[in-house]
Design a protein around this ligand. Sequence first.
Ligand SMILES: [Zn+2]
Ligand SMILES: [Zn+2]
Length: 483
Amino acid sequence: MKHWCCLLLLSVVSCFSAKAELPKADLVLEGVVTVAQNHTHFMVPFTVPTGVHRITVDFSYDHRLEEKTVFNIGIHDPAGFRGQSGSNKDHFTIGPADATPSYIPGSIPAGQWNLLISVSNIRPEVTSKYRAEIRFNSPIEDSGFTLEPLEKNLRWYRGDLHMHTGHSDGFCASQNGRHVPCPLFLTAQTATSRGLDFIAISDHNSLAHYAEMRALQPYFDKMLLIPGREMTTFYGHFNAFGITQYVDYRVAEKNGRTVDQVVHDVRALGGIVSINHPESPTGEQCRGCGWAPPTPTDLSKFTAVEVVNSGRLMDKFWDKQLATGIRLTAIGGSDNHDATKGEDVRGALAHPTTVVQAKELSVSGILDGIRAGHVFIDLTASKAKSLDVDASTSHGTAHMGDLLEAKRNDDVRLQVHVAGCSRGQVQTIIDGKPAESMLQVENDDQTLETHWTSDGGRHWIRFIVRDASSNPMLVGNPVYVNY
Ligand SMILES: [Zn+2]
Ligand SMILES: [Zn+2]
């Protein structure tokens, strides 16, 4: 068969050094096509080893524009068709739960796969070289849905880290007013209309939402979609961020796993975990809504805790952990279950907003900001309020989330910068105990100052900005003294 002749020039090269922005390709398939293959389909075989859960392909060929050469591509696994994207996509990825539109997500069986090349057009005088770079288990494709940061600026990014869609128990009214699983795109649409820079969709124990998130991310190129998942157990709920692979969530006293094992797996995949609504009641109304793991759990392996859930401030559990020396970043989440919920309703998307200082708008950027504790929560879902803290001694300065060393009798100057909070008041909380008097905020952009004398021991100092009626507006993360 004539069209197989191109395989004579096929080379499979290992350890090829790829484009600067991509990791090295695991395989490179190359060959040439001439008019002899015009209007034919041919397969380029390659071997997928065991242990592969994701395949990513970057395809290119020459003489495209000037000579109107057109190749359509697709891919077959050992059992058959896994998608084809014509000539409209040069890059695609197929993972266990998500794939580039045109391709079918699912497990990646080891064995012989075939890249399908369909020669739609090639002129008689043209010899076109093609090249397919194949990568296995690409970490960046596993942890999010975009290869590039959406923005490369160090700034405060505003987002919502907890919400549900029709892929778990998110429901909304259909066109005819029926109660239906709420489509995920409405969540993205509503969140972007509220000015958010990022959202983490965290359906209960689900991976099914990632395919839609991957399909939506190119359109929502101002708002980052972070893969989230609410690990929902009988003994507590916690969010995993930044992973798309399955983790066995089945914690059980008698025949299941421990929370520690689940957390270990999430971290091993590069994700972080955050305890959700730990102070909620648990029982028949809501099993596992409060935090009560059946076996001792190492909370130091958690990165964060939800201190504001659906508009409710709950910081007692958090302070209790901080008192034992465990640093957990306070974050918030709307826990939205209906994307069409009006803006000023409890549990509406963006209520509360979690504001993260990050070097860029990417999954790793936002997660690093949370790891560093450079975070405050905005319960008013404003687009403008801000809180920043400088704590300094004669030896150094620390911001929210940072460590400050302060010896006995060192004077610590605490500068609290607040914006958008005029006529509000700033409450200082040291070791979980609020100071007796509040600092008054006079105008829209102000730096307030207070002092504290260190006793050389371990302390945490944090601030809440309240409105004139004492309702919390902004909740900041601590400066950790001598941790
Ligand atoms: Zn929950
Ligand atoms: Zn939830």
